[in-house]
Design a protein. Structure first.
Length: 211
């Protein structure tokens, strides 16, 4: 595998991530309660379409096809947005639940583009770097917008909470039960790594099998 292959992989991952977002953002915009948040997601949908086009341009420049890899990370990040939208809440309290999930989506993209820029810079692909930097700036701006809008939403959510009566406890859904069981499993599996020194834990890890 060459470094160029690593770049192509990274870009295919981003291409899949952007396409998943083109599909998910309309639902997110619709589900958000505040007009500001709706506007951010709608604007970001237009931007994301442009980002898909930009990636196509990059692939054309590199003489490769953009498909070939599904981005599991973005699938997970979008799932968390969906979960937040499905919460039995309304108004600012529902939006408050979306903030962290939406910020994760943007920062996931920021990480991917930053890595791709670093690799493309190493390879001397100046044209690719310039295009990727345009998208990175858009993602950073979107992340900032989500956070600055969140401030007002969180204040409203806090006020709303004081006005609302204590909600009735509802039985947990199958999905919530699975999430709870998985979180306990995470804790169990981490336990032995938490009590030994980090060096010891790393040394005990089986290495990569030689072919
Ligand atoms: Fe994006």
């Amino acid at each position: 595998m060459s470094l160029r292959d690593v770049l192509i992989d990274e870009l295919r991952d981003l291409y899949s991530a952007e396409n998943q977002l083109v599909k998910a953002l309309p639902k997110t915009a619709k589900g958000a309660q505040s007009e500001e948040l709706k506007q951010i997601f709608t604007d970001h949908l237009s931007q994301t379409r442009g980002q898909v086009e930009r990636l196509k341009q990059i692939f054309e420049h590199l003489g490769k096809k953009p498909t070939g890899k599904h981005c599991n990370g973005m699938e997970g990040a979008i799932d968390e947005v969906k979960e937040a939208l499905e919460e039995d809440e309304e108004g600012a309290l529902l939006d408050a639940g979306i903030v962290g999930a939406a910020a994760r989506v943007e920062h996931y993209e920021i990480a991917g583009y930053s890595a791709a820029i670093l690799i493309a810079t190493t390879l001397g692909e100046t044209e690719v770097v310039a295009l990727l930097k345009q998208t990175l700036a858009e993602e950073q701006n979107a992340a900032k917008l989500v956070m600055s809008t969140a401030k007002g939403i969180l204040k409203q959510a806090y006020a709303q909470e004081a006005d609302e009566a204590e909600p009735e406890k509802k039985p947990k859904s199958a999905k919530e039960k699975k999430s709870e069981a998985d979180s306990k499993k995470d804790e169990r599996e981490a336990a032995k790594n938490l009590t030994r020194s980090a060096q010891e834990v790393v040394a005990a890890e089986p290495g990569k099998k030689k072919k």
